[in-house]
Design a protein around this ligand. Structure first.
Ligand code: TYD
Length: 137
């Protein structure tokens, strides 16, 4: 699988009552949805993540508040701040991710292509770099 990350723009539907965004499998997600989880009440100064995945594809959406993703493909690091519920960060393939700067009100929803599987995690940075190298051959 090619590794990549990109921001997806979700269409905001709404009327005088407020806003609404719909995420529909195969329509505005590029994978089948097997799991949804959310991270909230993150304590001040906490950083999370520090891992990559072998097979998992994910879309992360700050549906409330904001947080910053550090994204590393083994060659370069990028930062993306999620501030808007109409933007989803799609992450596919071997990308080391860290999350930081959670606002106290941040609710980060993650839509995932697979059920939870600890065996899919790479939690060791050196192993991540090895996997990136192996993937180039
Ligand atoms: P982890 O993925 O390490 O969190 P983060 O990447 O945000 O730092 O998960 C934290 C703990 O929660 C870990 O013990 C595994 C568990 N967990 C599940 O049981 N199911 C899930 O879907 C997820 C994402 C985590």
């Amino acid at each position: 699988m090619l590794s990549k990350y990109e921001l997806l723009d979700f269409k905001t539907l709404g009327d005088e009552r407020g806003s609404l965004i719909a995420i529909e499998e195969g329509y505005n997600t590029p994978f089948e949805i097997k799991r949804v989880y959310y991270i909230f009440d993150t304590k001040e100064g906490i950083e999370r993540g520090f891992h990559a995945h072998i097979n998992l594809k994910q879309i992360a959406i700050a549906v409330k508040g904001s947080c910053t993703f550090v994204l590393d493909n083994g060659m370069k690091k990028d930062e993306m701040k999620l501030t808007n519920p109409n933007q989803g960060l799609l992450i596919e393939g071997l990308i080391w991710r860290e999350m930081k700067d959670f606002s106290p009100d941040c609710v980060l929803v993650v839509i995932a292509s697979e059920h939870y599987d600890e065996g899919d995690y790479i939690r060791d940075y050196d192993r991540f770099l090895e996997e990136v190298e192996n993937g180039k051959n």
